[in-house]
Design a protein. Structure first.
Length: 238
C-alpha cells in the first residue's frame, strides 16, 4: 500500500481486492470518524513523499523506528498539540535484524537499517513491568518521571498489535503512565477493567484485522457487558 513500486506484478494483482476494500474502510472511517481517529495510512503516504528514509523494513511487515516515531508524533499531536519536539529525534546505532518475512522464507541473514530514538534529558524511565495477569494474558506497564509540563500525565491504556512494538518504548518520552495489552491477549473482562481505570484509551489496529478486532471483539455483547460492569465498579478515571 505504501511502497507498491517494490512489489512484483503478481503481488499487485493479488492485492487488487485489498485496494478496493481499503478505500471502503477509510471512506467509512472518514465519514464518521471515531473520537481522536488518526488515519495512519494517509500519514505514511504523505511521509513517504517527504522522507527519503524507509518507513517500513524491507524484509518485514512492520514499521521502522522512524515510522514508529511518526505514530507517536500523531498521537501526541492529538492529545497535547505543541508538545512534540522534532529536535528530540536522534539517530542511534545501525540496526541489524532478520525480518519476519525473511524468516518465513527461511532467510537468516540480518539486514542493516537505521535506528532512531527520542532524547528528552529532563525525563527518566520509571517502572518497567511485564507480567501475566491471567492464564495466557499479559500486561505491560511503563512509567516516566519528569516535569508535568513535559509529559502527558493522564493514565493511558493502549490496546495494540505487533505494529506498535517499537512505538511503545518511544511513548515513554511523552507519557507518564502507560499500560499496554496486545490484541492476541484480548479478554473482555480484563480489557474492560483497564479501559475503565484509564483516562485515555488508545486503540491501534492494522487494516487486515480491523473488522475482526473492532466488530467481533470490541463490538461484541460480551465486551459491552464487561465494560458496563467495570465502569460501575472500578471508579473510572474518565
Amino acid at each position: 500500500a505504501i511502497y507498491p513500486e517494490h512489489a512484483t506484478p503478481r503481488i499487485l494483482r493479488a492485492a487488487a481486492c485489498a485496494e478496493t476494500r481499503r478505500e471502503d474502510l477509510y471512506s467509512a472511517l472518514r465519514s464518521t470518524p471515531p473520537n481522536g481517529f488518526i488515519d495512519l495510512h494517509r500519514v505514511f503516504k504523505t511521509a513517504k513523499e517527504r522522507f527519503s528514509r524507509q518507513l517500513y523494513f524491507p524484509d518485514d511487515s512492520h514499521v521502522t523506528p522512524l515510522g514508529s516515531a511518526l505514530i507517536i508524533q500523531q498521537i501526541v499531536g492529538v492529545l497535547r498539540p505543541g508538545l512534540w519536539d522534532g529536535q528530540a529525534m536522534r539517530p542511534g546505532k545501525p540496526l541489524s535484524r532478520v525480518g519476519d518475512l525473511a524468516q518465513m522464507l527461511v532467510i537468516r541473514e540480518p539486514v542493516a537499517g537505521e535506528s532512531w530514538g527520542i532524547s528528552r534529558p529532563d525525563l527518566q524511565p520509571g517502572v518497567t513491568e511485564y507480567r501475566e495477569i491471567a492464564p495466557g494474558v499479559s500486561r505491560r506497564r511503563l512509567t516516566t518521571t519528569g516535569p508535568d509540563e513535559a509529559l502527558i500525565t493522564d493514565r493511558v491504556f493502549v490496546l495494540h498489535d505487533s505494529q506498535f512494538n517499537t512505538a511503545m518504548t518511544m511513548m515513554r518520552s511523552y507519557f507518564a503512565d502507560i499500560t499496554l495489552m496486545k490484541w492476541n491477549d484480548f479478554d473482555p473482562g480484563l480489557v474492560a477493567r483497564e479501559m475503565a481505570v484509564a483516562k485515555i484509551v488508545l486503540i491501534e489496529v492494522v487494516e487486515r484485522s480491523f473488522y475482526w478486532r473492532v466488530e467481533r471483539q470490541l463490538g461484541s455483547p460480551e465486551f459491552f457487558r464487561a465494560l458496563e460492569a467495570a465502569l460501575k465498579t472500578d471508579e473510572p478515571a474518565g
